[in-house]
Design a protein around this ligand. Sequence first.
Ligand code: GRG
Length: 418
Amino acid sequence: MSLKLLWFVSSQSNLGFLHHGNRSLPCPNLLFQHRAGKGKNQRWKPHFCSLRTHVPGSEGLRRSKVKVTVMSTMAATSSAGEIAMSSEEKVYNVVLKQAALVNKQLRSPRGDVVVPGDLSLLNEAYDRCGEICAEYAKTFYLGTLLMTPERRRAIWAIYVWCRRTDELVDGPNAPHITPTALDRWEARLEDLFNGRPFDMLDAALANTVNKFPVNIQPFKDMIEGMRMDLRKSRYKNFDELYLYCYYVAGTVGLMSVPVMGIAPESLASTESVYNAALALGIANQLTNILRDVGEDAQRGRIYLPQDELAQEGLSDEDIFSGKVTDKWRNFMKKQIKRARMLFHEAEKGVKELNASSRWPVSASLMLYKQILDEIEANDYNNFTKRAYVSKAKKLIALPVAYVRSLVALSTIRSSHRN
Ligand SMILES: CC(C)=CCC/C(C)=C/CC/C(C)=C/CC/C(C)=C/COP(=O)(O)OP(=O)(O)O
């Protein structure tokens, strides 16, 4: 088959990834063509193409053959005809900053911890974080037990802060939460990053952010996600939804990598590992959204791209009436495919993590990804049936993930030897 590849910068933004060797970069503002078919049947198709635009972090990749995976094509042109920055680009800029920061801080670590009280109080705070993590995220907690004690308790402290942030808009006090309350929560976050924690759980996080090259930006962005949730219940397109998913879940990936650590033997760039972590957060959130369509609709919320619903001939009423039709199945198939692509991106990064962090991440990835299989097994009825992974399947996933993480390690080692 002969392929004619054309490529140029366009006013469209293709949300996709560009793969080159062990690097994986998002590629905004690229349109490329693989001419399949003839005449009227000719179609735009994602395929191998060459790159002729500036993709952040792509230096050195110009004019080389790369593989591009496209997740969506959407207009990102302002009324004035300028190319607007897509959410993916904005988020990618955060990824670059985080990666640069980690590289810098690893070279010159911060000063010592400023936490009030003595060491035993701090230990108590970390233990409490562990208890909370064990209570609300059992499987993940078990996985963290494989990490070194220092990493494990840092992950618990991050988990607890995220949980408390989420509780603000999802917990029992949610109806009383105002943007001002979120502003106060953000001021408290800044205080703890400056070594002035408000309570003991904050003190555990203050200690963590001092020990590991964790940056405040993803934490602030998560609070921004909560603000977004307060003011918004519809998402025009995937670009808007992507930003929301970054805020509420992609950020968790960015917060975790500095603690989990990148394997010393890894050859991957820091950005590519951060990208994988971001992809995992977003894939998890999209899966969560697809699982909870019915529950969210009962609260008047639709976390689905409105333009893609319309393309399938679906409207809000179809979601509220909750009937599984062929239109709905088609829509869901596409959404599941996109989530799986993101899981696939994430998988590539897991093997670059420190050995002790690989297993818990791999296990939670497998378990979350299986929710998508369960939605399919429920014939896409996510209105009245909750897709869940059975205990038996969970038990199988754990050793499988463990073996995979060992295989990943030997693959990295042997590629070093060769
Ligand atoms: C892949 C690499 C390189 C690193 C891993 C980096 C990490 C840990 C990424 C994971 C990010 C993550 C856990 C995001 C949260 C996603 C999410 C939708 C959580 C849902 O939480 P709950 O609402 O408690 O879930 P359930 O409703 O399923 O209980």
